[in-house]
Design a protein around this ligand. Structure first.
Ligand SMILES: NC(=O)c1ccc[n+]([C@@H]2O[C@H](COP(=O)([O-])OP(=O)(O)OC[C@H]3O[C@@H](n4cnc5c(N)ncnc54)[C@H](OP(=O)(O)O)[C@@H]3O)[C@@H](O)[C@H]2O)c1
Length: 248
């Protein structure tokens, strides 16, 4: 049974990092709003389960393997959607990693990983969708940054640097293109798997504790993304910061 009321402008929406957390919640939210979601991540077993679940209730969903650090992978993900649907209306650049550690720990490989996933991955996404969006004179790029794009905290220097950079390039993309909508969504602490991988155990443990204590459900961030997408074509919601009320 299709429980979604298909909106007049049913969009083709690509979501990177849809295998957990905010990306997964965004896929659910947008599919329930009647859009067709195309889910990307490396853990395709999870994407397959989510796609099956969405389809079983009549939503439009499909998935593809995606490594945002590999430009060819990003291009193939977008091209497959373009081939199937003739257009990409929205790209949600959500995939991200956050292995926190002091700079003095010299976790250089993790610095590279954050730059590759959080910054290069977003740029590769933009490179893959921009030509067809410009041709159609329409499109929407939603970049998931962070409150770490607005303030710097110890152990998060490189993570913050990548998120500040995402805000900067989003503003550049907006200024250079009058027909493409650009939105930065910056969440505060949100319950997900983000602090589970890599980093310094103490720093990651502190982030996990704070998230468990005050973290938003990922659906709250998905709602913010859904709000920006739902606006009429001439309305460009440029930035949304959504954090727990008690977060300083
Ligand atoms: N949770 C928070 O408190 C918070 C706060 C501010 C901003 N954010 C941002 O929100 C976004 C989503 O994070 P989350 O909190 O939902 O964490 P999460 O549950 O760990 O999700 C991260 C997603 O990114 C994907 N990913 C990681 N590396 C990838 C790669 N190389 N290629 C493709 N996908 C990759 C993961 O999928 P695979 O591992 O399956 O590839 C996963 O689906 C990130 O950009 C994060 O920086 C989160």
């Amino acid at each position: 049974m299709n429980t979604a009321s298909a909106p007049a402008d049913r969009k083709i929406v690509l979501v990177t990092g849809a295998s957990s957390g905010i990306g997964e919640a965004t896929a659910r939210q947008l599919a329930a709003a009647g859009h067709h979601v195309v889910l990307g991540a490396r853990r395709t077993d999870r994407l397959a389960l989510l796609t099956k679940e969405l389809r079983e209730v009549g939503h439009g969903a499909e998935y593809g393997e995606l490594d945002v650090t590999d430009q060819a992978s990003v291009r193939a993900f977008v091209e497959a959607a373009l081939a199937r649907h003739g257009r990409v209306d929205v790209l949600v650049n959500n995939a991200g990693v956050m292995p926190l550690a002091p700079l003095a720990a010299l976790h250089v490989a993790e610095w590279d990983q954050m730059i590759d996933v959080n910054l290069r991955g977003v740029l590769y996404g933009i490179a893959a969708v921009l030509p067809s969006m410009l041709e159609r004179r329409s499109g929407h790029v939603v970049n998931v940054a962070s409150t770490s794009a607005h303030r710097v905290d110890p152990t998060a220097a490189v993570y913050c640097a990548t998120k500040y950079a995402v805000r900067a390039l989003s503003e550049g993309l907006r200024q250079e293109n009058s027909e493409i909508r650009v939105t930065v969504v910056s969440p505060g602490f949100t319950r997900s798997e983000l602090a589970d991988k890599g980093g310094d155990p103490q720093a990651q443990g502190a982030a996990r504790s704070a998230t468990e204590l005050i973290g938003l459900p990922a659906s709250a961030v998905a709602e913010a993304i859904g709000y920006a997408i739902a606006q009429p074509a001439g309305v460009d919601v440029n930035e949304i910061v959504v954090r727990p009320t008690v977060q300083n």
